[in-house]
Design a binder for this molecule. Sequence first.
Ligand SMILES: Cc1cc2nc3c(=O)[nH]c(=O)nc-3n(C[C@H](O)[C@H](O)[C@H](O)COP(=O)(O)OP(=O)(O)OC[C@H]3O[C@@H](n4cnc5c(N)ncnc54)[C@H](O)[C@@H]3O)c2cc1C
Length: 277
Amino acid sequence: MSRVIVVGAGVVGLTCAVRLLEAGHRVDVVARDLPLETTSVVAAALVHPYLAGPVDLVERWTARSQAVFTALAAQDDRAGVRVLPGTDVGHGDAVAPVVDMPRYLPWLVARVEALGGTVTRLNLAALPDHGDVVVNCSGLGARLLGGDHTVVPVAGQVVVVEQVGLERWALDGRDGRPPTYVVPREREIVLGGTDDAGEWSRTPSPQVAADIVERATALVPALAHARVLRHRVGLRPARPVVRLERRGRVVHCYGHGGSGVTLSWGCADDVVGLLQD
Ligand SMILES: Cc1cc2nc3c(=O)[nH]c(=O)nc-3n(C[C@H](O)[C@H](O)[C@H](O)COP(=O)(O)OP(=O)(O)OC[C@H]3O[C@@H](n4cnc5c(N)ncnc54)[C@H](O)[C@@H]3O)c2cc1C
C-alpha cells in the first residue's frame, strides 16, 4: 500500500481520500482552502450532471455516485444527504439525491480522520515531490499545479433562503435560458443560478440575486415571501472533459465543472483503480 498525498479538500479530494483510505493506503490531504471555504460548499447540490464531460464517463460516474448517495441517505442522517422527488422542466418528474454541502463536507472530513487520514491547510506552489503517489484534486488550482489552462472558472451565484416547507426540488435548464433551480435542504433552500464562463469574481451581485429570486419564484410560487439568509458565488472548475488519468506518480482528478458532487464517488473509485494498476 502507498503513502498518498491528496491535493485539494473540496468534495473531489475528500471523496478520493475516503476511498483510498478504505483501500488501505496511508493518506494526507493538503489544501489551500479548507472544505467550508471551497467551491464545493457553494454547490446546491443536486446529484444531476451539468457542465461536464465526456458524456459516457459522466453517465457511469453519475450512476455510481447516485447509488452511494442513495445508500448514505438511508444509512446515516449525519451525512446531510436526502433523496427527494422533483421536476426537471421539459424532462418530467424524477427522484434524485440532494446533498447539504455545509453538513456533508464536515462529515467527509470526519470519515477521513476516522480512517486514519489527515486534512491540513497548505498553499502549494507546485505538486508535492514527496509521497509515493500524489492525487491532484485541485479544481481550478490545476491551472497552476497542473499547468493546465484548459480549466476555466464558470461562476455560479446562489441565494439561500429560509425553509418554507418545501420537500421537492425543481430545475429549469431549457436551452437559451439561464439555469433556474430550487433545491431544498432540511433547514434552508438554495436558489440558483448563473453560469458566467471566464468570470473570476466571487462577489455576489444584488441585481443577479433579485433576478434569481424572481425566476425561482416563478418556478416555485411558494417561495414568494421566503426570507433571504445569504448570498454566495462559487467558481466551477470547468474543462472540456474531466481529467482523470495517471502520469507517473501523479493521478490527476479535476475539471468537474458543474458536477463535482454528482461525479465524486464514481471518480474516486477510478482513482483507487489507477493506484492499483
Ligand atoms: C452555484 C453552484 C452550484 C453548483 N451545484 C452543483 C450541483 O447541484 N451538483 C453538483 O454535482 N455540482 C454542483 N456544483 C459544482 C461543484 O461545486 C464543483 O464541481 C465541485 O465543487 C468541484 O469540486 P473540487 O473538489 O474539484 O474543487 P473545489 O471545491 O474548488 O476544491 C479544490 C481544492 O483544491 C485546493 N487547491 C487549489 N489550488 C491549490 C494550491 N495551489 N495549493 C493547495 N491547495 C489548492 C483548494 O484550496 C480546494 O481545497 C455547483 C457549483 C456552483 C458554483
